[in-house]
Design a protein around this ligand. Structure first.
Ligand code: FES
Length: 341
């Protein structure tokens, strides 16, 4: 989404068609990251996609339930045919030790020859038409959609450059092929080698007035980029972003009572679960899509209680008004929240 779109609550997303794909290859990219290549069992072409697109893959969780996980499609080729009628999709999955089990399923159970249910590509993070340079900023595994953007920008002969940051250079997935693709337009930063964190404010200061910034990384990086850009007076329509992971539990998160007026249910939301997940587990059928506070689909009207807003959808004024809450990420500041659903 674009930073300037924050505040426009999303509408319901239509379910995309899904199909069964075969795992044709599994690559160990580094100790934390594996890539999966997915093809049609008969080998026919797959639906095309554009840079920034993702697919959703059905994963099996430790409690036996199925859920969808969203993974960006990786493309290094500057040949438009590679994404117009692809033979295979490539996704990369980082195993999250404290995750809910989707990445562990992909790492520990999925092997070559297995079949996975996959939704057709969708794109909430498309490359925009604009003057100036396409500036890409990747944090960790957030590099995956930006690889495809770099390839597309090069194919379109647009000016492009990328900064790619992580805890160490050795853990930066796809660093070498990216170097081959972008040459000196790629700057890699490892905290361990540099002895400091990546300088977000300094990087933003190198951008020109017409450049657009595309950011994908962890929440802390995104929050820092948005804060630095705002204090430097950036027009937010020039910032496009996607989070690559579900928001983590924050220090001080506590359980609270959730009352759902229209369905007549009262639930307890523990510190490590979202309002949305609690509603799903209670057998309700709420609308949702991204589960990362970006799309707006899970918005619910607040009847009583003070929300702890953690989304990137509502504007500052909407957050202050406390009339709506994004149930996939936001919580309650007090002990009781009543929603009119
Ligand atoms: S904001 Fe996308 S599902 Fe909640």
């Amino acid at each position: 989404m674009d930073a300037a779109q924050a505040g426009q609550a999303g509408s319901a997303g239509a379910a995309l068609p899904s199909f069964e794909l075969e795992v044709s290859a599994v690559q160990v990219i580094n100790p934390l990251i594996r890539a999966f290549h997915l093809r049609r069992p008969g080998g026919a072409d797959l639906p095309g996609f554009e840079a920034g697109a993702h697919v959703k893959v059905a994963v099996r969780l430790p409690d036996g339930r199925s859920d969808w996980r969203q993974y960006s499609l990786i493309n290094f080729s500057t040949d438009p045919a590679a994404t117009r009628s692809p033979q295979a999709y490539c996704i990369a999955v980082r195993e999250e030790a404290s995750g809910r089990g989707g990445s562990a399923f992909m790492h520990r159970q999925v092997k070559v020859g297995d079949r996975l249910q996959v939704q057709a590509p969708d794109n909430d993070f498309a490359l925009q038409a604009h003057p100036g340079t396409v500036v890409l900023l990747a944090g960790g595994i957030g590099v995956t959609p930006l690889i495809s953007m770099a390839a597309t920008a090069l194919a379109q002969a647009r000016p492009v450059r990328m900064a790619y940051a992580g805890r160490s250079l050795g853990l930066l997935a796809y660093r070498e092929p990216l170097q081959a693709l972008l040459g000196d337009r790629l700057h890699c930063h490892g905290d361990a080698e540099a002895g400091r964190l990546f300088d977000v404010a300094g990087f933003l200061a190198t951008c020109q007035a017409q450049d657009h910034l595309y950011v994908c990384g962890p929440q802390a990086m995104l929050d820092q980029v948005l804060a630095c850009a705002r204090s430097a007076g950036w027009n937010e329509s020039r910032i496009h972003f996607e989070l690559f992971s579900a928001p983590a539990v924050q220090e001080g998160d506590h359980a609270f009572e959730l009352v759902l007026l229209q369905s007549g249910k009262t639930l307890t939301v523990p510190p490590d679960k979202s309002i949305l997940d609690c509603m799903l587990e209670a057998g309700l059928d709420p609308m949702f899509d991204c589960k990362r506070g970006e799309c707006g689909v899970c918005a619910a009207p607040v009847f009583e209680g003070e929300p702890d807003h953690r989304d990137y959808v509502l504007s500052a004024a909407e957050k202050k008004a406390n009339q709506v809450i994004q149930t996939c990420v936001s919580r309650c500041k007090g002990t009781r929240l009543v929603l009119d659903i």
